[in-house]
Design a protein around this ligand. Structure first.
Ligand SMILES: Nc1ncnc2c1ncn2[C@@H]1O[C@H](COP(=O)(O)OP(=O)(O)OP(=O)(O)O)[C@@H](O)[C@H]1O
Length: 502
């Protein structure tokens, strides 16, 4: 590599270039940088004309090489501070040739040649340091504008720098330096971009070398550098601890801990028509509303709130049939129901999911609802896009419902019909993936239930045996899949557990 020659000054005058003179060496030493480091980097000294100083001065000359030939140089006057650069030279990263010759895993990039030298002085490999050749901008390029003005970076990436796995930005800590860092992070790509935050009062590697010494500088850039933050990818330690799930027990002591429900989650219930989905879940939610003092928001499109749901709730409230209640008892039950329940009714009976979620939000925020039930799913008007399959549409709806459940911290429950089951499966309990329209019913929900009556009649008599099949539980806090045997007590119009009588 040719380290000696002549340099032309910015105004075109030639200056003689020696190897590193003693005064230049002494000046660099004051900055903590040894002759060895400077020689490794091909730094020389010369007397150069500095327009800024209106005269010649001794200078440290940083030479830029390509293929062993100097293509550009920059001079730093000393003892007075001034800079000059070769006119018309090829602008590239400083020390690029040494880096490209080796393509190390990690490259440290500084905002000045002296900072590059400081890193080499601190023990970073000569093949691992680069400096940008140009000054820093005042502001970063806005995120929505394309990056321009950094052709030298693109050239270097194309020449092989793109094979480096990690770039550690060691630029200045001032406002311009941070703007340059922002631009560089975008050019190099966030995934490979790391950075160093300088300690209080330090702005660049050379200053840190002088104040803290080479070991501390090396330790900071090698061990203290941090990955450029990328929103969306976290370490487990960076994720805030969520509060534990609030758990509700569904009101059947015989179920012990097998089934729990929670706000912030979503469930689906299916079962053949008339098998008791609405009735059983009305009882379960009633029990939770009463025990935990929470509100419920019901969109029961096929079961009229008045008189049917009111009758069910009055019955559950008093544990006896409506016909046996006094007007005062009915009024007391209604007062309680009015306090805890809100009913979603569309003026034209054409509810869409978007409309329903708007109403549910009001019920949650104004009235303290923690349970939102949609019964049944197929009564919502479809808002399927022209090129959207039914499966995709349902997947999209379930995502909105899930986000709603989480953001509002409510339990969202959807009651959905299975598609028709003919042949040998006729009359058998459906599975979650039998729910009409989409496989997402099974995989997008936290809990999946089937309400099933094995026989509706026997010997001309109504059979009241029913099963709650707990098919899916995403979290163990919510219990585990199991079969719960029930009987509908027609005298009291309530379900009782028959796993064992408590
Ligand atoms: N195990 C049972 N034994 C006898 N009758 C029952 C049983 N479960 C529910 N019923 C009664 O059957 C009727 C229908 O029940 P429900 O509306 O809850 O069924 P569903 O599964 O929600 O039906 P759909 O899908 O048609 O809405 C109600 O009158 C209810 O009281």
């Amino acid at each position: 590599m040719a380290h000696v020659g002549t340099v032309g000054t910015a105004d075109g005058q030639a200056a003689s270039v020696a190897s590193l003179g003693q005064r230049a060496e002494a000046y660099a030493r004051e900055r903590g940088i040894s002759r060895t480091t400077l020689e490794q980097l091909g730094v020389v000294s010369a007397t150069v004309f500095f327009p800024e100083l209106k005269g010649s001065s001794e200078a440290i000359i940083f030479q830029y090489f390509v293929g062993g030939k100097r293509t550009f140089w920059k001079g730093r006057a000393f003892p007075d501070k001034a800079f000059v650069a070769q006119k018309g030279g090829e602008v590239a990263f400083y020390n690029l040739e040494n880096v490209l010759a080796d393509i190390p895993e990690t490259v440290f990039i500084t905002e000045g040649e002296f900072d590059c030298a400081a890193l080499v002085e601190a023990g970073i490999g000569l093949n691992q340091v680069l400096s940008v050749p140009t000054g820093a901008p005042e502001k970063p390029i806005p995120d929505d504008e394309p990056i321009s003005g950094y052709g030298f970076v693109d050239d270097a990436l194309r020449a092989g720098l793109s094979r480096v796995k990690r770039f550690v930005w060691c630029g200045d800590g001032d406002a311009n330096g941070l703007a340059l860092r922002q631009n560089m992070a975008r050019i190099f790509g966030f995934a490979r971009f790391w950075f160093v935050d300088w300690p209080e009062g330090i702005k660049d590697p050379n200053q840190m070398l002088m104040t803290d010494g080479p070991e501390d500088l090396r330790d900071l850039v090698v061990n203290g550098c941090r990955p450029w933050p990328v929103q969306g990818v976290y370490r487990i330690s960076e994720i805030p601890e969520p509060p534990p799930l609030t758990l509700w027990t569904p009101g059947f002591v015989e179920w012990e801990g097998k089934v729990k429900l929670a706000p912030g989650t979503m469930s689906v219930v299916t079962g053949h028509p008339g098998h008791g989905k609405t009735a059983l879940w009305a009882q379960i939610w009633f029990s939770i509303v009463r025990k935990y003092g929470v509100g419920a928001c019901m969109a029961t499109f096929e079961t009229r709130p008045v008189p049917h749901m009111r009758r069910t709730l009055r019955t559950l409230f008093w544990g006896k049939l409506e016909c046996d209640m006094s007007p005062e008892e009915k009024a007391r039950a209604d007062y309680w129901i009015d306090d805890r329940y809100r009913w979603i009714i569309h003026p034209d009976q054409k509810p869409t999911l978007g409309w329903l979620l708007d109403m549910a939000e009001v019920a949650v925020i104004r009235h303290g609802a923690r349970i939102v039930q949609i019964d049944p799913w197929n009564r919502l008007e479809s808002q399927r896009g022209p090129n959207e399959t039914e499966t995709d549409y349902i997947g999209r709806c379930l995502t909105s419902l899930y986000v709603f459940a989480q953001q509002m911290n409510v339990h969202v429950q959807v009651l959905a019909h299975p598609s028709k089951m003919d042949g040998p499966r006729k009359g058998k309990a459906p599975e979650l993936d039998d729910i009409a329209g989409s496989k997402h019913w099974d995989n997008r929900v936290d809990q999946g239930f089937v309400v099933h009556r094995p026989k509706l009649f026997e010997g001309g008599q109504r059979c009241t045996d029913a099963e709650l099949l707990y098919k899916k539980s995403r979290f163990e806090e919510l219990g585990y899949p199991c079969k719960l045997l029930m009987r509908f007590d027609t005298a009291r119009r309530t379900y009782v557990s028959v796993d064992y009588e408590a």
